[in-house]
Design a protein around this ligand. Structure first.
Ligand code: RUB
Length: 333
């Protein structure tokens, strides 16, 4: 337990997300839900609802401050806090049970969503397909593996995904699942695209207009696919859809350290050099053939329907003016 009363394990999860030991939008969301559960079980403050809500709001703010782009993170936190808000608990025990229950429910539903998406996506992959994937999306890996088990995947081109090389994680996991993988540099995407049947990628955030925010380079992959008339499928759980984009909030793009791109010594040797390291980019809806979610296969333009169906509670909050600048410490009250 730290001085501020936040359990060490929770701080470790927050640090893990920040330093990308825990990464990928789905994993981040589940880790945040787990952190709220741990924070509740290890709460040592006064056993009244108001103190508990203040504390849990503080933990929520800490968690969502770790990485800005994947909306799965605030959506997971919001899912749990809004259930606390709606339950209107009469005792501390009721409040604590509500948080633990909805954290577990979020994690279970999230894992189940990945399973449903993978089964759905596998049906869209034709026999003997060559697939290209970018970065490491656990949903994309799972969907490709499912299709492979059905005997539909010939091989997978997996990009390195510079500068953090998440593509190596995708390649490793696919290989472990028996899928033949060819690792390529990001710059070889257009070179191989004529051989590719389907591009399958994950998402960090889907905006209300259907634009997909994913690892840097995704929009170039989609551009090359469109030129070659190759279908682009985005596999994404519904908690990756962003309610705040509906009221015009842009999706914040994370910029990471220059040293991920060039070594410190090189920067020191060339002090006038500037390095730009955006971690995500935006693929417009026209470059996406379908978004495969746990509630079905939709055209990106139908993102608004997903928001209404799955995140209606968040939209209500937005209408009341409460969610555009999320500050959970106030929201939990
Ligand atoms: C990971 C990334 C992934 C999405 C989806 O970025 O862009 O494609 O998060 O992943 P980072 P998943 O490595 O910077 O977190 O399907 O696992 O949720």
């Amino acid at each position: 337990m730290t001085e501020q009363g936040v359990p060490t394990k929770v701080l470790e999860i927050a640090e893990g997300i920040k330093t990308m030991r825990i990464r990928g939008a789905g994993k981040i969301a589940r880790a945040a839900a787990e952190a709220l559960k741990i924070a509740t079980l290890e709460y040592g403050g006064p056993k009244d609802i108001s103190s508990f809500k203040k504390y849990i709001g503080k933990v929520a703010d800490l968690l969502i401050s770790t990485r800005p782009t994947a909306v799965s993170l605030p959506n997971a936190v919001m899912y749990i806090l809004s259930s606390l808000h709606r339950a209107n608990p009469g005792t501390f025990d009721d409040a604590a049970n509500t948080v633990v229950f909805s954290a577990e429910k979020f994690i279970d539903e999230s894992i189940n969503a990945v399973k449903i998406i993978s089964e759905t996506a596998a049906k869209r992959i034709s026999e003997n397909s060559v697939i290209l994937t970018h970065c490491h999306s656990s949903v994309a890996v799972s969907a490709i593996t499912e299709a492979y088990k059905l005997g539909r995947v010939l091989k997978v081109y997996s990009t390195e995904t510079r500068p953090f090389y998440q593509g190596r994680i995708a390649a490793k996991q696919l290989l472990e699942n028996g899928v033949p993988v060819v690792q390529i540099p990001d710059s070889a995407v257009r070179y191989v695209m004529h051989e590719v049947d389907h591009v399958i990628i994950g998402a960090d955030t889907v905006a209300s207009n259907g634009a997909v925010v994913n690892k840097i380079g995704t929009s170039q992959v989609a551009l090359a696919a469109k030129e070659a008339r190759v279908r682009v499928y985005v596999v994404a759980e519904t908690y990756k859809f962003s309610p705040t984009t509906l009221v015009g909030e842009p999706v914040p793009i994370e910029f990471r350290e220059p040293t991920e791109i060039v070594p410190e010594a090189w920067v020191q040797k060339h002090p006038r050099i500037k390095v730009l390291n955006p971690s995500f980019d935006v693929t417009p809806p026209e470059y996406v053939d379908a978004i495969i979610t746990e509630i079905g296969v939709i055209p990106p333009q139908a993102a608004i329907l997903v928001l209404m169906e799955r995140l209606g509670w968040a939209l209500d909050k937005i209408k009341q003016g409460g969610l555009t600048k999320i500050k959970f410490e106030d929201y939990a009250e």
